[in-house]
Design a protein around this ligand. Structure first.
Ligand code: FES
Length: 106
């Protein structure tokens, strides 16, 4: 069974607003996606990954197995989680974590 996933959906990107100090996120705030309209320069989530690109999108194809995808935008192995979210959560009290996808072969 083929399985395609866009690791980071637009809905996810708009669901969180990161309020940062300097260049690192210090807290996240959940917004209703329909009501969320960021002001220029506010709410930036991605502070590290492929910044020169107008949009970061990833597609993975899996026939079976397990993959762990980063949702904190801090992983050194993005789009895969490298555990950096643990340090981030400990430092600022956030609770972000990865998306774990498993596909069972038929
Ligand atoms: S490193 Fe980003 S969710 Fe794990």
């Amino acid at each position: 069974m083929k399985f395609l996933i866009a690791a980071l959906s637009i809905a996810q990107a708009f669901a969180f607003s990161v309020i940062g100090a300097n260049t690192r996120p210090i807290s996240t705030q959940l917004h209703a996606a329909a009501d969320y309209v960021p002001k220029e320069g506010e709410g930036k989530i991605n502070l590290l990954i492929d910044l020169e690109s107008p949009k970061v999108a990833n597609m993975e194809e899996m026939s079976s197995g397990k993959k762990v995808f980063c949702r904190c935008w801090l992983s050194g192995t993005f789009p895969l989680c490298d555990g950096t979210h643990v340090k981030h959560n400990a430092a600022c009290g956030d609770n972000v974590g990865p998306l774990i996808v498993t596909v069972k072969s038929e």
